[in-house]
Design a protein around this ligand. Structure first.
Ligand SMILES: Cc1cc2nc3c(=O)[nH]c(=O)nc-3n(C[C@H](O)[C@H](O)[C@H](O)COP(=O)(O)O)c2cc1C
Length: 341
């Protein structure tokens, strides 16, 4: 049923850069912010936070869960203007729920693709047989991909890891590619490794070799420790992947998806912080906890002289007005009127 497979087009254009799905990070507000300051040639795909298929099938809980899939009109406009694709990431362990949730997703939302999470290593999720646990149950993983593909008129991709307690890269890649995903994102760590060791890009290179041996054209995206666009390009050239996905790199540099890294002034950094806080307030007032923003405040208040005191003070804020006051009383008050670029 799938049509309009953008992955194949992106693969042909190459190289592909994607912003990783991240819980409590990649909501519509943060995605829009990243889109706002990114160069379209260095960002092709963004993802939602992961969303439970059980939740999406729940008659009462559904609307609350679906909030994770919100795409604001301003984000939508930017996606269109920059030609960036947006993928909804879902998770669960029951193929029927995937089928039902996917039907609804395709009817009620406007995504470009659906991604199945087979990588999350968090204990309480893995215990339910979901996410990276599926690496250990390839028959169920297969049923899930097929049920999702059957219900979907969008391309269905998979994001996963190289194994559960040990790398099982080649066998697992073969098993998952046989299910015909539109793309495969491989994070170069096992479930057990969480994010505690460097990602193993030699393992990711094996995924490409298996794909080629199978004579398939499925795009392979490598994930793990990509530090900059230049580093991404180097990893693409060295390991043969069609693209890279960037997670924590965006915390070190919100302007990640640009070729150059011109130094941003403190006003520019605080202007981005202020935009984030005000957009978050507008979008989520009362629905999401303001404390979520503190993780981001750290991103915007480092790497400039005098940053430490305002960073520490930002960590104590509980609302928008306190944030405004801190900027106003700082040497960088102009940030409140600066458009971040
Ligand atoms: C805060 C946080 C939340 C995450 N949430 C998700 C998620 O919802 N779905 C997912 O597939 N991966 C999630 N991940 C994993 C990332 O997508 C990515 O695979 C991982 O961080 C490795 O990439 P990196 O080394 O570039 O950070 C999360 C990672 C972080 C740090």
């Amino acid at each position: 049923m799938e049509n309009g497979d953008f992955w194949k087009q992106l693969k042909a254009q190459g190289p592909i850069f994607a912003l990783a799905p991240m819980e409590d990070v990649t909501d519509t507000v943060f995605r829009e912010l990243v889109l706002h300051v990114s160069a379209p040639e260095w960002l092709q795909v963004v993802y939602t936070e992961f969303t439970s298929t059980d939740g999406l099938c729940h008659p009462v809980g559904r609307d609350k869960v679906a909030k994770r899939l919100v795409v604001s009109q301003s984000e939508r406009d930017l996606l269109r203007a920059k030609g960036v694709k947006i993928v909804a990431q879902i998770w669960g362990a029951n193929p029927e729920k995937y089928h039902q949730a996917t039907r609804w997703l395709c009817e009620a939302f406007e995504f470009d693709g659906i991604d199945i999470n087979m990588g999350c290593p968090v204990r309480k999720i893995v215990k339910q047989g979901s996410c990276s646990a599926l690496i250990g149950t390839p028959d169920l993983a297969r049923e899930i991909v097929l049920a999702t593909r059957e219900a979907s008129n969008l391309p269905v991709s998979v994001k996963t890891r190289t194994g559960v307690s040990q790398h099982r890269t080649e066998e697992w890649t073969r098993q998952i590619l046989e299910t015909g995903p539109a793309a495969l994102v491989m994070h170069g760590r096992t479930q057990k490794q969480m994010s505690e060791v460097p990602a193993d890009w030699d393992e990711i290179a094996k995924v490409v070799r298996v794909r080629d041996e199978m004579g398939l054209d499925i795009p392979i995206i490598g994930n793990g420790d990509v530090a900059s666009v230049a580093d991404g390009l180097d990893k693409i050239a060295r390991h043969g992947v069609d693209g890279v996905m960037v997670g924590r790199g965006i915390f070190a540099n919100p302007w990640f998806f640009n070729r150059e890294k011109p130094e941003r002034s403190p006003e520019q950094k605080l202007a981005l912080l202020w935009k984030h806080a005000t957009d978050f307030h507008k979008q989520w007032d009362g629905e999401r906890n303001f404390a979520i923003l503190r993780r981001f405040f750290k991103i915007y208040t480092h790497d400039f002289a005098g940053a430490a005191p305002i960073r520490a003070a930002m960590m104590e804020t509980h609302g928008l007005e306190q944030v405004r006051q801190l900027i106003l009383e700082s040497p960088w008050a102009k940030a409140l009127e600066t458009e971040p670029v």
